[in-house]
Design a protein around this ligand. Sequence first.
Ligand code: TRP
Length: 331
Amino acid sequence: MKTVVSGIRPTGNLHLGNYFGALRNFIKMQETNNCYFFIADYHSLTTHPTPADLHGNVKNVLIDYLAAGLDPEKATLYLQSDVPEVAELYLFLNMNAYKGELERVTSFKDKARVQPDNINAGLLTYPTLMAADIIIHKAHMVPVGKDQEQHLEMTRTFANRFNRMYKVDYFPEPVAYNFGEELIKIPGLDGSTKMGKSEGEGNAIFLGDDSAIIRKKVMKAVTDAGPTQQNQPKPQAIQNLFYLMQVMSKPEMLSFYEEEYKNCRIRYGDMKKQLAEDVIAFTEPFRERIKELSANNEYLRKVVSIGRDKAHESAANTIREVRNIIGFRSF
Ligand code: TRP
């Protein structure tokens, strides 16, 4: 059995792009692996240090993940800040992490550009904290997207450096688990190739959106005046609409509108009405569960507490051994 670790930054509600990206694959992985999925609330302090939002953001993400099917009986679901051993390992790793290598990390350079007045040490050492998250459970696999490859490379560097410095074979080298074919990239409703919350209002459909909002967003999706010649190639925004229909609707629907497009008879308004209803049907169970979970604080508390205990057991074990390897001994 492989140990899998992945972290989720609590930066807002989940949308269909998140679901068809990482989330659906987490749900599959929990069936056959020893999975640790956590909410990276320590990490959020590097960019979003607002106490008033922190708890609410964490809660939203937790609810969305549970609603989508992460199962606390199968995977260990926990909050990063509930496991202070992570912070201790971060401290140890920072002692052997160099300013130069941290400054060269692309995500650091990007964020330093975005927040020039707040280039804090947490931002610089984001990769050591992420490495601590991963190796604290001696993970073998980390399911992350391409944008995290460099962080994972650093994780391997820090894990290997620890082994080398202390002449042990302690931390395994974690590898990125790339979903490849299984990854469905959901386009945005604004004609862009990616659904994302930073792309602006209306571009993303959230798992908890109610039906009126979904109708409104889908009806507003970018289209054009329609094809004027048979078999005309589709512009990006139109391709997006068809792709969404391919994921959300029955195959007959898709082929009906393909045919209409080919013959220049397509009415985007009708197509969007259909798509909106199919999206509403698809998201119905998420919506229901989000509502239930939001009203059930007792259950959420139980989930977090069970996760904390399981994560803590694994982390405390690692820290005990790491302290011993580094040379901390008790009198
Ligand atoms: N950096 C990741 C992101 O931005 C979040 C993250 C933090 C993470 N710690 C992790 C992912 C450990 C995988 C493993 O998405």
